[in-house]
Design a protein around this ligand. Structure first.
Ligand SMILES: [Zn+2]
Length: 233
């Protein structure tokens, strides 16, 4: 079942080592079929060089395996919660990419220091709070998903404008309009994280880019009045 989606998710997973976003088996990408109410995700702990499209695991929004030989990624419950609550996303990615994870470990969101960031993500990429001991013991992966959705709600952030977050002491989650789009966002996040780190090294007192510049760059590519690129249709 969902053979086409399995191939799409497989190919998106294979982009992670291609873009240097993963070490060993770290990281996972999933993609959803909204009509079926199911998603496809990488199996747990399989080296990328051995991965095959048919190894992808089909899972429901409660994180239960529906089809597949192997166990789904250990982060499946986080992906499931994001799909269940944000019904317009179609792909989710989790990595421990080095620069983004460094910000997560430092417990800091990534300020928007320039237009590379503003072209893709509106404003600061938030670093969420640490889960409590109880939340970790009870249902770690599910509670990670709940924290992401709840914190975006609390901060009034639009998950379509801020398509990534940092889980404190852990690493980034990104989402998008397809598995490939979510991976694209993870690559952008890593690059932006690297630049922001260097920006602060060069100038420790640096301030975020002016709001007008952030708005101009974000809204010329996104929303009703976007004009960047070639006209469609
Ligand atoms: Zn992780």
């Amino acid at each position: 079942m969902l053979e086409e989606l399995k191939r799409e998710v497989y190919e998106a997973n294979m982009l992670l080592p291609g873009y240097n976003l993963v070490t060993f088996t770290w990281g996972n990408v999933s993609g959803v079929d909204r009509r079926e109410g199911l998603f496809v995700i990488k199996p747990s702990g399989v080296p990328y060089e051995e991965l095959k499209p048919e190894d992808m695991v089909v899972v429901d929004f409660d994180g239960n395996k529906v089809e597949g030989e192997m166990n789904p990624s250990s982060d499946t419950a986080t992906h499931a919660w994001l799909y269940r609550n944000w019904d317009d996303i179609k792909g989710v990615v989790h990595t421990h990419s080095s620069y983004a994870t460094s910000w997560a470990q430092a417990g800091r969101g990534i300020p928007c220091y320039g237009t590379t960031h503003a072209d893709y993500i509106y404003g600061e990429i938030p670093c969420l709070r640490t889960l409590t001991g109880e939340e970790i013991d009870e249902a770690y992966e599910l509670n990670t998903g709940k924290l992401i959705v709840d914190e975006f709600e609390r901060m009034g952030k639009d998950h379509n404008a801020v398509t990534a977050c940092l889980c404190k002491n852990h690493g980034p989650f990104c989402w998008g309009r397809s598995p490939e789009d979510a991976v694209h966002g993870a690559v952008v996040l890593e690059e932006v994280a690297k630049m922001a780190y260097r920006t602060e090294l060069i100038n420790p007192g640096v301030q975020p880019a002016p709001q007008e510049l952030q708005d101009k760059h974000y809204y010329r590519k996104h929303g009703a009045n976007a004009y960047y690129g070639q006209a469609k249709g």
